[in-house]
Design a protein around this ligand. Structure first.
Ligand SMILES: Nc1nc2c(ncn2[C@@H]2O[C@H](COP(=O)(O)OP(=O)(O)OP(=O)(O)O)[C@@H](O)[C@H]2O)c(=O)[nH]1
Ligand SMILES: [Mg+2]
Length: 401
């Protein structure tokens, strides 16, 4: 054992001196020498007895540091790794259940320890701080910087390690590619599905200014001009005159019909008028999700049109707390897909992952600019996971390091 520091502690008893030493250096200190002596008094009388203990601080072994790191990781991540433990703890259990649950928990913990020990064995030899865990630590911080929720960062790393993967020997880019392969499983997508011989009615809802009308114009152009489908537009976005004109202009350029409706009853009639279309795209006025009057008005429009799909349009340049609140409030209508807009106006894409994990709503399209019809893409889980990992830019272009 190598001692890296020595220090002397003086007290009235040996136990007291050792206590002081442990307080300063932790319980690993080793006693190197003990000396007793007297001090004070008069002519050798009444002198007080003292003990000097010289302790040594041993160098931390690599394995100790690893175990310490492991314990820290396990305690920090315990909620995200083993959510079932807390769920189970909530309901009353019979004795048999308890034993079974305990056995399961022990197995889980053993597995986790196994994974981490194996993983720690493979990392660079421990040196100092940041460098200690090589690219693993860099990756952990990088994922947090992308504003992925901490619990999901834990989940991703756990899934990566469970695949038997290692951080060692991979370049920073290769490592992110491997992580993208894990993230891809979380990103569910579902573009508009057209019916065989019927009309697919698709409504778009969302907060003000997120890009609903622009997205509809892009989709209308793609379906009508590129896919040669019969398209009709219905707009209930009559809150602003300019909004109606905006969509009318696009309809005229594309060469498709548009109905402007002012009441829920009119929506039904407008849809029935265009049942020969293969797809009807319906625009709605942007609503502040905190305005409950406007939200219930939106609900009656949606109920009246009974759409096959309702896409919630969300701008990715919104902070996650607000996105969460928007999804919750807009859930008063039956949302089944999400359009993510303005990817070109943000620099972190972790919210894509947070949204799909928190709400299990698939992404239909992503938009990345103002140009109609160019700046829209069908959501692709592989591309999106690479966007999250910064291997691709917001327009899907491969990023060269
Ligand atoms: N940078 C960028 N701008 C976009 C994108 N999509 C839409 N916009 C712009 O965002 C602004 C608002 O777009 P609209 O389509 O009018 O938004 P909306 O949701 O219909 O707005 P309201 O009807 O007022 O609720 C316009 O200036 C669009 O050009 C996008 O993907 N990227
Ligand atoms: Mg609009």
């Amino acid at each position: 054992m190598k001692v890296i520091k020595r220090k002397s502690f003086i007290a009235e008893s040996e136990a007291e001196a050792i206590r002081k030493a442990k307080e300063e250096f932790g319980s690993d200190v080793v006693i190197l020498e003990t000396k007793r002596f007297k001090k004070g008094g008069f002519l050798g009388l009444f002198a007080k007895k003292y003990v000097e203990v010289i302790v040594g601080v041993p160098e931390k072994r690599e394995s100790d540091a690893r175990v310490e790191f492991l314990a820290k990781l396990l305690s920090e991540r315990k909620d995200s790794f083993t959510p079932t433990l807390t769920d189970r703890a909530r309901r009353p259990l019979s004795n048999n259940d308890r034993i079974e649950a305990l056995e399961r928990d022990i197995k889980e913990v053993k597995e986790l320890i196994g994974i981490f020990l194996e993983r720690l064995e493979r990392v660079e030899p421990l040196s100092r701080d940041e460098k200690r865990f090589g690219e693993g630590s860099r990756l952990y911080n990088f994922l947090l910087e992308q504003e992925i929720k901490e619990a999901y960062v834990g989940e991703i790393l756990k899934a990566f390690l469970e695949k038997g993967a290692s951080f060692k020997g991979l370049s920073w880019k290769e490592l992110r590619k491997e992580i993208a392969k894990v993230v891809v499983d979380y990103i569910k997508v579902s573009p508009i599905k057209l019916k065989e011989g019927g009309t697919q009615v698709v409504a778009f809802v969302g907060p003000t200014g997120v890009g609903k009308t622009t997205t509809i114009a892009k989709l209308a152009a793609i379906f009508a001009l590129f896919e040669e489908k019969k398209v009709a537009l219905v707009t209930a976005d009559t809150y602003r005159i300019a909004a109606v004109e905006q969509l009318k202009t696009y309809a005229k350029i594309i060469g498709i019909p548009i109905e402007v409706v002012f009441t829920p009853q009119e929506v039904r009639r407008a849809i029935e008028k265009h049942l020969d279309a293969e797809i009807i795209l319906m625009d709605t006025a942007g609503r502040s999700h905190y305005d409950s009057m406007k939200m219930s008005e939106l609900k009656s429009y949606i109920e009246a049109s009974s759409p096959d799909e309702v896409h919630l349009v969300l701008s990715l340049n919104t902070k996650y707390k607000d996105l969460e609140e928007i999804v919750k409030r807009f859930s008063c209508v039956p949302i089944n897909k999400m359009v993510l807009t303005k990817l070109d106006e943000t620099s972190t894409f972790g919210n894509i992952l947070n949204l799909v994990r928190d709400f299990s709503i698939p992404v239909s399209y992503v938009t990345n600019g103002q140009d109609v019809p160019k700046d829209i893409e069908v959501a692709d889980p592989y591309k999106l996971s690479e966007v999250v990992l910064k291997l691709r830019g917001p327009k899907g272009e491969v990023v060269e390091d």
